[in-house]
Design a binder for this molecule. Structure first.
Ligand SMILES: C[S@@+](CC[C@H](N)C(=O)[O-])C[C@H]1O[C@@H](n2cnc3c(N)ncnc32)[C@H](O)[C@@H]1O
Length: 394
């Protein structure tokens, strides 16, 4: 069978039809596998799924985000909104402008900047809106991606490169401005859990001729009071509270804008979603087995936006808006921006129409992706939530 990777049984079971990794990729995958197996042995035979996900994605020099793979765009594994069209980032810039213009010496901090294209397009639009921030800070875990971001910004907006600073931890002194996180919360390691009778058990990862699931302790997370049938499996992001707290502590006045695919808690733990929300991406094939292709595939989990809102309130932030990506972009002038730069040739017009569809159609990113705004000392109705605000659903 041509379209399958049979070399190592532990890496891709026959049930998932995926492209065949080349020799170099297979060697890389073996190195990552060995690294994770060592950790499992060191810790006594099993590790939490959060630990597995952390190693598979972020082990220095080895993990998916840290080892120089293509990842983003047509030649990579998945496409994020800023890679689909600059219109996404321009609309975000519009929302930033509304907040930045009310602040003294404002800055932007982008967390997890991927290829750097969102930073480049936002800076470009803010320049046109005459609202450039003093600095555009990027907090990026992956050294390899930091380099790529530098190249992208240098290529697209070389005259603005001097405003961009790469930082390695949250700023020590709170600043005025905006914190942006697009498709970052879904890339944070999550705990995998399973309802068994009255208990919620943690699902762990162990090794038996390949990575495999095994039971851990009874952990009953306090915030999960739903009752489900035995076998119902899902996940939760234990690190979310501390991320929101750190982002909040970094802001003197301003807004945190997080965009990601996710649901409110009721939808997240809906009885029909009985195998959770884990999603993996390998060369534009999506599937839900995170235990294969370690280091070669992206692993994500949807965001529980109720958890985001609760963490924000605990961190003394206001939940200033929650809506779908489609409503947020339209309210920030998506149509007007598309019209203003309407291309002349028919192929380019068709391409633009496709891009807008991907960003806004409910069955593409429009409804699956949500935008949440968390603010500190900002008391204006935010443009992006004026068409539709779903805060009541959180
Ligand atoms: C799915 S990518 C999204 C990239 C980009 N925001 C976009 O929309 O194209 C996740 C990004 O978050 C970064 N990241 C994940 N965890 C991080 C952490 N703890 N600190 C800093 N960056 C992190 C990854 O390296 C990567 O750049």
């Amino acid at each position: 069978m041509p379209n399958k990777f049979h070399q190592t049984q532990s890496i891709t079971p026959d049930s998932i039809d995926l492209p065949v990794p080349d020799q170099e990729a297979r060697l890389h995958c073996e190195q990552v596998t060995t690294h994770i197996r060592k950790k499992i042995e060191e810790i006594g035979g099993k590790i939490s799924f959060a630990k597995y996900m952390d190693l598979a994605l972020y082990a220095p020099g080895l993990g998916y985000y840290c080892a120089g793979l293509q990842k983003f765009g047509e030649k990579g594994d998945f496409i994020t909104a800023p890679e689909i069209s600059p219109l996404f980032s321009r609309c975000l810039a519009n929302q930033c402008q509304q907040v930045l213009s009310t602040l003294n010496a404002p800055q932007i901090l982008e967390f997890g900047a991927g290829s750097g294209i969102m930073a480049a397009d936002i800076l470009c639009e803010l320049e046109q809106l005459n609202c450039l921030p003093e600095h555009y800070l990027i907090l990026e875990l992956s050294a390899e991606l930091q380099q790529r971001q530098h190249q992208t910004i240098k290529k697209h907006v070389p005259h603005l490169l001097e405003r961009v600073r790469w930082i390695h931890h949250w700023p020590e002194k709170p600043f005025n401005g905006v914190i942006l996180a697009n498709e970052v919360l879904d890339a944070m390691p999550v705990r995998r859990i399973q309802w068994q009778g009255d208990a919620i058990i943690e699902r762990m990862v162990c090794w038996q001729d390949g990575f495999t699931w095994c039971d851990g302790d009874d952990i009953n997370p306090e915030h999960l009071t739903f009752r489900h049938v035995t076998g119902y499996t899902s996940e939760y992001n234990e690190a979310l509270d501390s991320w929101i707290k750190q982002a909040g502590d970094s802001l003197q006045n301003g807004m945190i804008l997080a965009i990601d695919y996710g649901y409110n808690r009721q939808e997240y733990y809906h009885p029909q979603r009985s195998d959770g929300t884990l999603r993996c991406h390998y060369q534009h094939h999506a599937h839900n087995n995170p235990l294969i292709l370690p280091g070669l595939q992206d692993i994500t989990a949807h965001v529980d936006f109720t958890a985001v809102a609760q963490a924000a309130i605990a961190a003394d932030l206001s939940v200033a808006g929650y809506t779908s990506q489609a409503f947020f972009l339209l309210a920030n002038g998506l149509t007007e921006r598309a019209e203003a730069n309407y291309p002349e040739t028919v192929p380019a017009q068709l391409q633009l129409a496709q891009q807008i569809k991907k960003l806004t159609m409910p069955d593409a990113m429009g409804e699956t992706f949500k935008v949440i705004a968390l603010t500190r000392n900002i008391d204006i109705p935010l443009t992006g939530f004026m068409m539709q605000d779903y805060r009541g659903r959180l």
